[in-house]
Design a binder for this molecule. Sequence first.
Ligand SMILES: Cc1cc2nc3c(=O)[nH]c(=O)nc-3n(C[C@H](O)[C@H](O)[C@H](O)COP(=O)(O)OP(=O)(O)OC[C@H]3O[C@@H](n4cnc5c(N)ncnc54)[C@H](O)[C@@H]3O)c2cc1C
Ligand SMILES: NC(=O)c1ccc[n+]([C@@H]2O[C@H](COP(=O)([O-])OP(=O)(O)OC[C@H]3O[C@@H](n4cnc5c(N)ncnc54)[C@H](O)[C@@H]3O)[C@@H](O)[C@H]2O)c1
Length: 457
Amino acid sequence: MDAEVDVVVLGLGPGGEDVAGRLATAGLDVVGVESRLVGGECPYYACVPTKMMVRATDALAEARRVPDLGGSTEVAPDWSPVHRRIRDEATTDWDDTAAAERLTGNGARLVRGVGRITAPGEVAVRTADGEQVLRARRGIVLNPGTEPTAPPVDGLADTPYWTNREAVRTDRAPESLLVLGAGPVGLEFAQVFARFGSRVALVERGEHILGSGEPEAAEVLAAALRADGIDVREGASAERVDHDGEGFRMQLDDGTELTAQHLLVATGRRTDLAALGVGAVGIDESGATIPVDEHLRAADGVWAIGDVTGHGAFTHVSVYQSAIAAANILGRGTEPADYRAMPAVTFTDPEVATVGLTESLAAARGLPVRTGTTRLEDSPRGWIHQVGGEGVIKLVADADRGVLVGATVAGPRGGEIVGALAVAVHAEVPLARLRGMILAYPTFHRAISSALADLDA
Ligand SMILES: Cc1cc2nc3c(=O)[nH]c(=O)nc-3n(C[C@H](O)[C@H](O)[C@H](O)COP(=O)(O)OP(=O)(O)OC[C@H]3O[C@@H](n4cnc5c(N)ncnc54)[C@H](O)[C@@H]3O)c2cc1C
Ligand SMILES: NC(=O)c1ccc[n+]([C@@H]2O[C@H](COP(=O)([O-])OP(=O)(O)OC[C@H]3O[C@@H](n4cnc5c(N)ncnc54)[C@H](O)[C@@H]3O)[C@@H](O)[C@H]2O)c1
């Protein structure tokens, strides 16, 4: 049935679900349109299930460190509790009933189908029963997220390769796995499966793993992955991929041939803006992202949030933007979006956590950059921790303003340690004040003071 409503939310990822709930709770007539699962990628195929995997692998890794520290252990990895947890606790067998009820419980309506903007203020939804047209009086919020994408490697498209979606659903760790792409997706899965006994090779065409992350952190992580037995190949490109019904064969540009039972393609994400029909509201359909202003406005009566905005493909960004967009739609003033202290954590062991700018990004912006670095294993806590205590803290300062503009922590609990540095970047705490802090002995975060000292050296 066609309908006239206040707001249509097209795509219900973490931000879309949140914005629909906020607007409906505020009394607006809201329809959320979702073609797959309410909640989006994060709870069913991404953050939550992968972090359940990581939790299990961290436990295995710590158990394997016992002989170095205090006794003996016998570790026999078993994927079945991980799979059970993902299927039963995280995703309820990839069923979104609870999320859909949460949405409707907040007063929004749900239309299941593929939506497309057909005119300003108009969304046509292809549902199981035909087409439904929704007219939005106040506006449309776009939260379509991203789909996994594969590079144009000869033969690849004809093979049954995995993306994150198949990898999350697997009921056994593969005997062997090729991972193409060493961004956060490839890195997390490569280590998880290696620690569950898979023979893993990781192929990255960039100069080093971790993409635009700090090279010092990439080096620490690459060493840890190699210690896990992963064949890490940086600066390597796949030329051809074949599948013979049993397994994969990958030809690299240096002539090497790699084989494995499964292939995970983790080379990034894309959104089909033309399929979303954004040209109907004057947005360039050929771009990779939808440009938004600081209140998430993409066009007259159109807001966009989440991965599609290009401000960081993270759940915390999607939900952060949702609050700002909702306030703007409701005519409530808010602070404009501010990404200066954007945090990101790759949940490997060691965790690699960043906030704000890397050294090269800061330099590219023309800032007078100073950096300070310290190794965690040289700190009292790292030395006490011993095995698994390796890592690095790198600080990036704007020398003229005397504040941190970025930081990276690679090490045990790096994602927690970076919280302190995120406060410093966000609040622009003067370096002199930071140096005056008392940091508990012997914590990992106390090593921040050594990195600050190095900043002055
Ligand atoms: C393996 C993996 C691990 C990750 N781990 C983390 C992590 O630990 N921490 C973190 O912060 N982030 C993580 N991410 C990123 C995170 O999943 C995304 O940033 C997050 O899901 C936010 O995305 P979103 O809100 O833009 O939309 P998405 O979650 O992508 O959801 C968009 C929704 O829109 C729907 N949709 C799209 N087009 C239409 C249409 N035309 N009509 C109807 N519905 C439509 C889709 O079906 C989908 O459900 C991970 C990603 C991956 C792949
Ligand atoms: N812990 C987290 O927060 C987390 C975890 C997973 C994913 N994510 C988000 O999901 C997004 C997607 O992650 P991703 O890892 O798929 O993408 P990505 O773009 O971050 O990394 C892809 C990697 O693949 C490499 N690559 C591309 N084409 C290649 C080729 N032909 N051969 C070899 N290597 C190739 C790239 O150089 C890059 O290093 C990220 O932007 C991230 O924000 C976040």
